[in-house]
Design a protein around this ligand. Structure first.
Ligand code: ITT
Ligand code: NA
Length: 209
């Protein structure tokens, strides 16, 4: 059984809506290393979660990256949500920036203890993830040989005044094509979201495995 490793029930709903009963939640709070990118955080988390669960695991690290703030809050999105709240991020964007554009990113890290084909796979990695994964793997060669495979999804939108009661986290303040993510149901959101895109890349690859 594949374990979707997260403490966040909102993420699980979306993963289940995409992967169905192929996946079950594992509520495990892995160590979040500090890094400027999501990929190494997810990769380290997947290794730790695999050792904990001894079953195939998928770790989901995500964040909101505001263009005009050089990607802030990015990897610190959870900390900023817990301390300031999503309304404060919206007010900060409104006050400080003329350009409200932002993107959500999601990196899924898969680990099942086995090695992967090292050949470049254009489906599931863009250049940024490949570079970060190479970095993670390079670090890991010294300390941790456990192979991890990464899948990224990105969606661009803009920060708006909060609307909608669906979703979780920053969904009410993130607008895509006229609707906030909090105004979409999980299927609609998966159809366009960072997580949906990462899940799609993972799903195609996993079906072949
Ligand atoms: P886990 O680490 O246990 O999976 P988490 O909620 O702490 O749960 P992250 O570390 O990935 O997850 O932090 C992501 C932050 O970004 C957190 O504040 C989330 O609410 C937010 N976030 C992630 N995906 C999101 C989405 O699809 N919509 C809105 N906010 C999202
Ligand atoms: Na977290």
């Amino acid at each position: 059984m594949l374990r979707y490793v997260t403490t966040n029930p909102g993420k699980v709903r979306e993963a289940e809506s995409y992967l169905g009963d192929e996946v079950a939640r594992l509520d495990f709070d892995y160590t979040e290393v500090q890094a400027a990118d999501l990929a190494p955080i997810a990769a380290y988390g997947a290794r730790e979660a695999y050792r904990h669960a001894d079953e195939p695991v998928l770790v989901d690290d995500a964040g909101l990256f505001v263009d005009g703030f050089d990607g802030f809050p990015g990897p610190y999105s959870a900390f900023v949500e817990d301390t300031l709240g999503v309304g404060a991020v919206r007010r900060l964007v409104d006050r400080e920036l003329d350009d409200p554009r932002a993107e959500f990113r999601c990196v899924l890290a898969y680990c099942d203890g086995a090695a992967f084909d090292a050949s470049p796979d254009p489906v599931d990695r863009d250049d940024r993830v490949a570079a970060a994964a190479a970095g993670a793997d390079r670090d890991a060669e010294e300390t941790d040989p456990l192979p991890v495979k990464l899948f990224e999804g990105v969606v661009r939108g803009r920060i708006v005044e909060a609307r909608g009661d669906g979703g979780f986290g920053y969904d009410p303040v993130f607008e895509y094509d006229g609707a906030t993510f909090a105004e979409m149901d999980p299927e609609e959101k998966n159809g366009v979201s960072h997580r949906g895109r990462a899940l799609e890349r993972f799903g195609e690859w996993y079906a072949e495995r």
